[in-house]
Design a protein around this ligand. Structure first.
Ligand code: SAH
Ligand code: SF4
Length: 354
């Protein structure tokens, strides 16, 4: 982004406020001839109360509010579609300034006060997983830090609710957009005041980045899209296995858990008759034994381009879970959230654009 002063001197382009750090907001206030402390008031309106207009910032003087509306904008992101599931899950398709779209989802689990936003990190994805609608459509571009943050803010503005947890489980491979993801995480933590333990990044297993993130100052929780218990099967469904194999992945996960003390979550899609067998369960239980982890089983959500992949039988899900539990790890089966509105990876965007 251009420096605040430069933008203020150039009338053609308005300054976008969301995505600015506390320091950048302070510089902006000073550039307008205002006191530094105005920045924290503005930050609170932008990130906590999530207003859509400067008029709503009632503790800011009128003439400063007018200057702000002449020179700055709060957002330039549009809600293209919004779907509400019978279970309360909300799914948004957002349109960015360049016309590209990405989705984000708001989930409420049980009656708990937690509100989880699921955000996208890229438009499309280059990793090409066989079961994934996003992966099959290829990569378009990385999202900027403010575009990641804006997904949460748009949800907050639209619902009037405050998001408490964030998961990077929408479109894209967050570790292929590492710097922007880390900047977004810092903003989410600093400005939206969401604790780092409430931020989870899901990756298909980019080994060097797992090592790198373990050494960051701010380390989010890690979820790994494992989906197969051995290299041969994983290669069939996830091309990433060719570059970063499951043995190296395990070494990196051990490094992460030892360095950070955190547990990792293994995500495992159960695809009927492919990876949902007793043998796979036993092999996965063995894989997990010496790893500080828990596992989340995800019944496969069929996508039209991939008719050879089927949903698992309900009986097999329970058998698989039972075998895994012999490893002593916590095993959960992901509830189908928003199944009636296609709130699974990449599906809404696919439908709107087809
Ligand atoms: N690229 C990252 C983040 C995306 S998370 C990653 O892969 O981890 C999206 C999650 O949804 C991943 O665990 C992905 O494997 C899963 N997913 C993709 N397609 C799916 C489908 N058809 N059914 C169920 N889960 C799916
Ligand atoms: Fe990309 Fe994740 Fe989909 Fe694989 S599952 S193609 S890594 S978004």
């Amino acid at each position: 982004m251009k420096p605040v002063n430069e933008i203020l001197n150039n009338n053609k382009e308005k300054l976008r406020l969301t995505g600015l750090s506390k320091e950048e907001l302070e510089n902006m206030a000073l550039a307008f001839g205002e006191k530094k402390f105005r920045a924290s008031q503005i930050a609170s309106w932008l990130y906590i109360k999530s207003v859509s207009s400067f008029e709503e910032m009632t503790d800011i003087k009128k003439d400063f509010r007018e200057k702000l509306s002449q020179n700055a904008i709060i957002t330039d992101i549009k809600i293209k579609t919004k779907q509400i599931s019978t279970d309360g899950t909300l799914k948004y398709l957002l349109e960015f300034k360049d016309g590209n779209t990405a989705e984000c989802v708001l989930m409420r689990f049980d009656n708990r006060a937690n509100l989880t936003a699921c955000v996208s990190s890229q438009i499309g994805c280059a990793m090409g997983c066989k079961f994934c609608a996003t992966g099959q459509r290829g990569f378009i571009r990385n999202l900027e830090p403010y575009e990641i943050l804006e997904q949460i803010l748009t949800i907050q503005r639209d619902t009037g609710l405050k998001v408490t947890n964030v998961v990077f489980m929408g479109q894209g491979e967050p570790f292929n957009n590492y710097q922007n993801m880390m900047k977004a995480i810092k903003l989410i933590n600093d400005c939206l005041m969401i604790g780092i333990r409430r931020i989870t990044v899901s990756t298909c297993g980019i080994v060097p980045k797992i090592v790198q993130i373990a050494e960051e100052e701010l380390v989010p929780t890690l979820a790994i899209s494992l989906h197969a218990p051995n290299s041969i099967l994983r290669k069939q469904i996830m091309p990433v296995e060719i570059r970063h194999n499951i043995e190296d992945l395990k070494k990196a996960l051990k490094f992460y858990t030892e360095k950070t003390g955190k547990r990792v979550t293994l995500e495992y899609i159960l695809i009927g008759k492919l990876n949902d067998t007793k043998e796979c369960a036993a092999e996965l239980a063995h894989f997990m034994k010496d790893l500080k982890c828990n596992v989340n089983l995800i019944p496969y959500n069929p996508v039209s381009f991939c008719p050879e992949f089927k949903k698992p039988d309900k009986k097999n899900i329970m058998k698989f879970k039972y075998i895994l539990e012999t490893s002593g790890k916590k095993v959960t089966v992901r509830l189908e959230r928003g199944a009636d509105i296609d709130a699974a990876c990449g599906q809404l965007r696919g439908k709107v654009e087809r």
